[in-house]
Structures are given as C-alpha cells and as structure tokens.
Design a binder for this molecule. Structure first.
Ligand code: ADP
Ligand code: MG
Ligand code: MG
Length: 895
C-alpha cells in the first residue's frame, strides 16, 4: 500500500496538500489525457517524515523503486541504461509556490556510460554531452552545494577558449571537456567523485529537495509570507523529454490569455533547440506562438487544443510549460496564472461573458489592492532616458513629479504658491502632516511600510517611497544626497510609488482612466480612454464594482473632516461619514482661539473664548451636513490632548527667557508658558484627552454639541435632511458617557427650543480602550452606536505606541516571526479582534438596535474588511479615496 509515492495517473488537482501545486496539476493534466511525460510524486507526507526523523523513511526507498520500475516498464527503457537510457527530472513543488527557494535537477540518470547510450538513442553526440554537462552543473550546485559561479566561470572559459559568443556554439568535444572540468570541480570541492550510479543520483537529488524545505533561507521566506513551516514540499520525478534535440525540438512557456494586459487569446515564448531553464535565462531571443505555428503547425495546433482544454477545465487563465521533442508536444507544468491588476479585471469579465464563471466568481477573483493599483496615475513607459537617483520601498502607489522640499513649512509655502512639491525627510512625524498634505509625494530615508510616513501617505492617497537608505537629508545645507549625487531644495524629483524608484528630473505621468471612472462615471472615463482595451478595462471595473454593491451587506462610510472631503467621498460611493474629526477644525488660524480657551482665567474669559469658536464650528458643520444630506454623519467631539493646540514647550520657554533677558517680557507668552507647563504630560496619548478633556474643561463639549445642533437646525431650515450623530472618544466607563450624554441632551433641548424644532441626535461612542470593549454591555445602555477605533484599540491592547515602535522594533519582529503583518495595517484577529467580537456580542445583547461600525485605519484594509463583515458590523469607514476599495472588498466578503 503506497503511502509516500503516487503516480501522476492516480492524483488530481484537489490534492495540493499532499502532492504540492506542481504535482497536483501534473496529475490533473494526466487525468485529462494531455500528453504529460509519465512520472510520480513523492508526497509532502514523506517530507514531513524526513523533517521529523532527519532521515528518509525506509518505505520511501522501496516505493521509489517500485515507481521507477513502473516508469521503466512503461517506457521500455531502464534508468541510466548504457544503450537506451531513461532519464528523469527531480522537481520540487510545495503547496504554495516559493520562488527561488527550491530547485530542480534535470537529466538525472546520465553518467560516463549512459551518455554514450543517449548518443546512440538520439543520434546526436553534442546533445548527449550538453545534457550531461547540465546534469553535473545542476547536481553540483543544488545537491552537492557547490557555488554556481564555479560552473558558470568554467563555461565562460570554454566559450572564450573557443572564441564563440555563446554556449550553443560549443562542439561535442568542447562539452565533453567541460564535463571533465565540472567533475574535477566536484572532486576538488567535495572530496568525492560525481556519483555515477543512476539510483544514487536519484536518491541524492530527492534528499536534496526534501532538505531544501528546512534551509534557513526557506524558513525565513515562509515566515515572511506566513506559510506554515510544517507543510513540507513534494518531489516530482518526471521522465525527461528533450527540447534540445535539434531544430524540430524546443521548449516554451505559454499563457491562455495575456497575463500583463488581459488581452484575450493565447500568448507565449518559444525557444528552438533548448532545454527548460534556457527560456527564462534569456540567452537567445525567443519566438512567439505565432512563429511556432509557422515552424511546426501540427505541434502548435496540439498545444492550442491543450490550452483550450486547460482553460475550460480550470475556468481561468492558465500558464503552461511545454516542450516539443522532435515534433511531439509534451506538457510539463500548468497552474492558474499570476496576472496584473488590469488583467485580473478584464479576464474575470471575459470569463463571465464566455459563461465560464458567474459574477460572484468574477468578484472573488479580483481584489481591493488591485483596484487601488489601477486607480493611481503612473509614469509613462520608460523610453530609456531615465536617471535613477535612489530606490526605497514602495509604500503608497502613484507616480508624481515635484520640487524637493525639506520641511513641512516650506512644503506648505511652495504648494500654496502653486508648485508641486515632494517632501523629503529622514523620517516623518505628526508635525509633518501639513507638509504631507501639501506635497504631491513623500520620500523618506528611514522606516518601513508601516512607518508613520507610509501609513499617513496611504491614508491620504499621497504617493510615497520610504526607507531609501542611500538618501541623506541635510536640512542645514538644504540638500539631499544619494550615491554621491546632490540634489538641492527646489530641484525636480520623480517618485514612483508603484516601484519604489526615484528619478532625477521630469518623467511624464499618465492619469488612470479608472480614476476618472470612479470620480466622474463611465461616460467620462470612456471619453478619456484612447483605445478599446482601456474601455474594456473600465467597463470591467464598473461591472464588478456594481456587482459588489449589489451583494454586499456592509455599508461603506468615509472618514472626512471637511465638506470637500465628504463630497469627494460621496462621489466615490460613500454612504455616509463615519468619522468627522472636529479637532481639525481648530487648526490653522483658529489655533489662537483654542489657546484662549486654555488660558481663560475665569468663567467669563472662557465663555468669551468658546463663543468665538461656536460660529466657526457651526459653519463648518453646516457645510459638512450639506455635503452628506440624507446620509448618516458621525461627528466626533474633540479628541487629542489639548497641548497639541499649544506651542512647543521648549521653543516657548526659550522665547520667554530671551525676552526676559532683553527686558521685553510679553505677558501673553508668560501666561501661555505657564499653561503649557501646567498641561505638560509625560505620556499625552494616555493622558488628558478625549472624553476626559470634555469632562475636565467645562463648556468645551457643550460648545461642540451646540454647534452640531445649530448646524442641524440651519440645514433643516434650508430644507435639508441632516443626519448628524454625536460621537464621544476614548470612553472607558459608562459613567463618562452618561455624564456627556446628559449634557448633550440638555443642549439639544435648548437649541431645539430656540429654533422651534425637536432635536434628538443619536449619541454613541468610540470603542478604543480594552475596558470599553469588555464592559460593552454597560456602555451600550448609554450608547446608541459604537464605532471601533481600531488604531487606538490596537495601541492600547498591545501596549504599542504606533509612532514609536514601528521604526524601533517592528522590522525585527517581522523577521523573527512575532508579527506577520503590522497589527496597525491588518487587524490582529486573535487579540484586538477578540475584543471587537466581545463588544459586538455584548453590545447587541444589551441593545438590539445598536449600530456598529469601524473608523480605524483598518476600515480600508482588504483583509480586515472580511473580518468586519464576518463579525457582523453594519459599516466600515475609511479615507475617501479608499471607499471604492472598501465597496469591492465588502462585496467579496459577502460572496
Ligand atoms: P520551476 O518551478 O523553477 O519552473 P521546474 O521543476 O518547473 O522548476 O523545472 C525547471 C525547468 O525544467 C522548466 O522549464 C521545466 O519545464 C523543465 N523540466 C522539468 N522537468 C522536465 C522534464 N522531465 N523534461 C523536460 N524538461 C523538464
Ligand atoms: Mg516550472
Ligand atoms: Mg482614537
């Protein structure tokens, strides 16, 4: 009873866990009757046994013997026979593809004697020796662990000695000599002979592939890709077929549709007289499938039929490896192919139109990330004239050109003057926000994909490259240096957020028609699209997104602080505003008004200060409610620590000290300094902020609730349909919310009475402290809605300060597997998600009509959206420009 080995004829594509992807698909093709060279798969079970015990299970040896004999009997040849040798390839193939991690050895079974047999069999001496030297080379590198460069150098010497340009021009004699050199290398570096016995070669190759699963390199890769360590790899042993048997042979790769553009119709590269790895190596120019049709119409027809068969069978784009041996087609691999974002959308809709898949399936085959990628502008095709300045990590997509600026203030100044600017910083901090908003792109020398710059840039849709380690920013000299070249502030840089590359000077940018579609609709996008392919793409995006809207249960709201943002979000399909951060209305010129609130020395001062803020806040909110007319609009009361609105302590202290020395003391500054000192906190994010501030500074929340109510009254009087909701941040205890709600009710009643109308706005709170989640049943007694603030909830659950830890130790944590992705990017389901589950269940139990949403960064993250759907939230709220992504992902979560 076979346990560790399965012939291709026994398996199918559903056995990927046991046979790996390559093995399962080889079995499937065999079942379909396609011409696959006979072979067998050593299962992942064997690899797991090998990992457990450190040795090959004895049963495996026996089973391999039996499987090899079956191959030999079917072929009528013996492995490594002196006259008529059977040769095999030994190919790794795990459940998930791990590019570059594991290897393949071709031509196993060749030795000093069977190379003669291969010559007889093929009638081609050069071919036989070429195959042999490939075996020694691949075996030496992969199985014996020699440095590949040793062989490459020897090969180069041989071509140089011959005075030819490429290895294809080497003669049989040259290759024979090369084999000797290679064997000598093996002898020198391993202290033993290249193994001559075919079965020993086979066994060693199998062990090498099994062992490659456990190498440090492979482990590291799996940790990063979150592939479990205990899956193991399968090993495929496949009868060799030869594409290097002269002009009627060759090898190629093919796709059933173009994986780059999604164009319907097959597509591929073919190389005459070559073996497997030569196609990708790019030694010679390849032919197209159309060329193949001319060279070998029969094989071409058979290939096309096989491709059609596969595509019908898998109901998706397939990629294929094939070899033609003297006119006979052999299929060596297939899988559902990787593709670009544009191809994903186009192909999904093509398959719907061909009645091969349903719209639900089409939706499942595209992703929010792909949609986001399509929406960003890009640099025009490289004409070759580009000047690369530096390279970092692509953190937020897009392609922008702007003048270099080195600080936030300069960025705002020059942007206000109408210039496109690129903000270049060593790293960014919350102080750089203004500059990041003003800039078209951001470049940092430090930080990873979850650094402040990256997260903020993604949130705002700014193009961003981070961690360009060569870049040195000198804010004193006002220069940026990389690779010995100096760029001055004001010079042009082109930043490609899709690739992480940064160029000197101008690079032409082309806008995305998908963005035009999302912003202005199909007509406008069609008008812009220059060609049929683009029209097909835009049409596909429209159809799939419309279907997502039809099937999704989650609503999509936007985080929008201004009427402009809200209107923009609405154009992109937002169904409301899930988070309006009112503190943003207190910045800029209005900062001094907040200062007055803080400095107020008595009731009267305070009242006057608050009264000055009221009309400003009311006007902002009236405009916002006009933009969201008819839609729920959740307005959060002021959240950050008050000192964020005050000048920096050190700067102010210096200013006052200098003034004292000169005897020009400014009373205002002195009082301000005292206030700043009084309010200084060691850990402000865990300090006096949110609801605490509202309860401690009398009148502040009243002012805000009044402004909201008056804005509602104004909109109603103007014939509008405002749906404002009052959201209280940082609640940890039901009593906090109770106190705020009592006051809010009083204010609502007052404003209502003054305007002769009933104002009864829903009051709810953020759930962003573990205690709030754990006491959700109590809090729900006072809250009409919950909005999960998953950024703070992640910080407070992990005890991580997002602004500090990402640069400090996240890279290390990612490398050693503590963190897969940053919990600030994708919700940590086990921990933070558990709190969300508890709060959802207990909140709903206490108040069945409780409305539940999320307004953290995670609201726009594809993976997290699936989670929020599953736990039963009513909506997700995200940055305006992420709204289409969230619509799509909410749809995918529902099918
Ligand atoms: P990878 O996963 O890197 O593509 P493969 O196992 O598919 O590695 O093999 C590498 C190359 O060798 C491919 O081009 C493949 O088609 C070719 N190849 C593998 N097995 C055989 C075989 N039995 N006969 C001819 N070519 C083969
Ligand atoms: Mg392959
Ligand atoms: Mg918060």
């Amino acid at each position: 009873m076979a346990r560790y080995v399965q012939d291709f004829s026994e398996g199918d594509r559903d056995q990927k866990d046991l046979l790996g992807g390559k093995g399962a698909n080889l079995a499937e093709m065999t079942r379909l009757g396609l011409p696959v060279p006979p072979g067998f798969t050593i299962t992942t079970e064997a690899c797991r046994a090998y990992m457990r015990t450190g040795r090959v299970p004895p049963e495996l040896r026996v089973e391999v013997t039996m499987a090899v004999r079956r191959l030999e009997d079917a072929a009528g040849r013996r492995l490594g026979d002196y006259h008529d040798p059977l040769l095999v390839s030994v190919r790794s193939g795990a459940r998930f593809s791990m590019p570059g991690m594991m290897e393949t050895v071709l031509n196993v079974g060749l030795n000093d004697a069977s190379v003669q047999g291969l010559t007889e069999l093929s009638g081609d001496e050069r071919f036989a020796w070429d195959s042999y030297r490939r075996l020694v080379q691949m075996f030496g590198r992969t199985v014996l662990g020699l440095d590949g460069a040793l062989f490459a150098d020897a090969l180069e010497e041989a071509t140089a000695a011959r005075g030819v340009a490429s290895e294809v021009d080497l003669t049989a004699q040259d290759l024979r000599a090369l084999v000797e050199t290679y064997k000598q290398l093996v002898r020198e570096h391993t202290g033993r002979e290249f193994p001559q016995h075919p079965r020993e070669q086979l066994d060693m190759a199998i062990v090498a592939v099994l062992g490659s699963w456990g190498t440090e390199r492979a482990r590291l890769y799996r940790r990063r890709e979150r592939i479990p360590d205990d899956l193991g790899t399968a090993v495929n042993v496949v009868t060799m077929v030869f594409g290097n048997l002269g002009p009627t042979s060759g090898t190629g790769v093919a796709f059933t549709r173009d994986p780059a553009t999604g164009r319907a119709g097959d597509y591929g590269d073919y190389l005459v007289n070559a073996q497997g790895e030569d196609v990708v190596a790019g030694i010679r120019n390849t032919l197209s499938l159309a060329d193949l049709e001319r060279v070998d119409p029969a094989a071409h027809t058979e290939l096309r039929q096989a491709m059609r068969r596969l595509e019908t069978h898998y109901r998706d784009l397939c990629d294929i490896e094939f070899t033609i041996e003297r006119g006979k087609l052999w299929m060596l691999q297939t899988r559902v192919g990787k593709r670009t974002a544009a191809a994903a959308f186009r192909i999904a809709c093509q398959l719907v139109d061909e009645h091969l898949i349903t719209m639900d399936e089409a939706l499942a085959r595209v992703s929010g990330d792909e949609l986001a990628r399509l929406a960003f502008p890009r640099f025009a095709e490289d004409g070759g004239g580009r000047d690369l300045f530096a390279e970092g990590m692509p953190a937020s997509p897009g392609a922008v050109v702007g003048h270099v600026v080195l600080d936030s203030a300069t960025a705002q100044e020059r942007a206000a003057a109408g210039e496109d600017v690129v903000l270049v910083r060593r790293e960014t901090s919350p102080d750089d926000l203004g500059g990041m908003i003003a800039a078209v792109g951001v470049l940092t020398a430090r930080g990873g994909k979850t650094s402040h710059a990256a997260v903020v840039a993604r949130g705002m849709g700014r193009t961003c490259v981070v961690g360009a380690e060569d870049v040195v920013v000198d804010t004193a000299a006002r220069t940026v240096t990389a690779g010995g070249r100096v760029v001055h502030e004001g010079d042009l840089l082109a930043v490609d957020g899709n690739t992480g590359r940064v160029y000197l000077g101008e690079v032409p940018v082309v806008p995305s028609p998908v963005t035009t579609y999302l912003e202005e609709g199909l007509e406008a996008a069609f008008a812009q699209a220059g060609d049929d392919e683009t029209r097909e793409l835009v049409g596909a995006v429209d159809r799939i997104l419309t279907h997502a809207d039809d099937v999704r249960r989650l609503h999509v709201h936007a985080n929008a602080d201004t009427a402009d943002d809200a209107a923009h979000a609405r154009r992109l399909g937002a169904q409301g505003v899930g988070l309006c951060r009112t503190e943003h209305m207190f910045l800029g010129d209005r900062r001094v008004l907040v200062e007055r609130v803080v400095l107020a020395e008595d009731e009267e001062d305070l009242r006057a200060a608050l009264d000055a803020l009221l009309p400003l806040q009311r006007e902002d909110l009236t405009a916002l409610l006009a933009a969201t007319d008819g839609q729920p609009t959740t307005i959060r009361l002021i959240d950050p620590p008050l000192h964020e609105f005050l000048p920096d302590l050190t700067t102010l202290a210096v200013k006052v000290a200098v003034a004292r020395e000169r005897g020009e003391v400014d009373e205002h500054d002195v009082r301000l300094l005292a206030a700043v000192q009084r309010m200084h906190e060691a850990n402000p994010m865990l300090g006096l902020r949110g609801v605490r501030l509202g309860l401690v500074v009398p009148g502040l929340f009243d002012l805000q609730v009044r402004a909201i109510c008056e804005a509602v009254a104004a909109r109603r009087s103007a014939g509008g349909d405002p749906h404002a909701e009052v959201m209280v941040p940082l609640v940890g205890s039901v009593q906090e919310l109770h106190l705020v709600r009592e006051r809010a009710r009083t204010v609502m009643a007052e404003v209502g009475a003054a305007h002769g109308m009933s104002i009864d706005l829903p009051v709810g709170c953020m759930i962003e402290l573990p205690r709030a989640a754990l006491t959700a049943d109590r809090i729900a007694e006072e809250a009409q809605f919950f909005s999960f603030g998953t950024n703070d909830l992640t910080q407070t659950t992990w005890g991580f300060s997002r602004d500090d830890v990402e640069a400090a130790f996240f890279p290390q944590y990612a490398a050693n597997g503590v963190l897969g992705v940053s919990p600030f990017e994708t919700i940590d389901e086990r921990g933070v998600g558990r709190l969300v589950r508890i709060a959802v269940a207990e909140g709903r139990a206490a108040r069945p009509d409780l409305v539940l949403g999320v307004c953290g960064e995670h609201g726009g993250d594809p993976e997290s959206i699936g989670f929020f759907h599953e736990v039963g939230l009513d909506y997700v709220s995200c940055s305006p420009f992420r709204v289409p992504v969230a619509r799509l992902e909410a749809g995918r979560a529902a099918v």
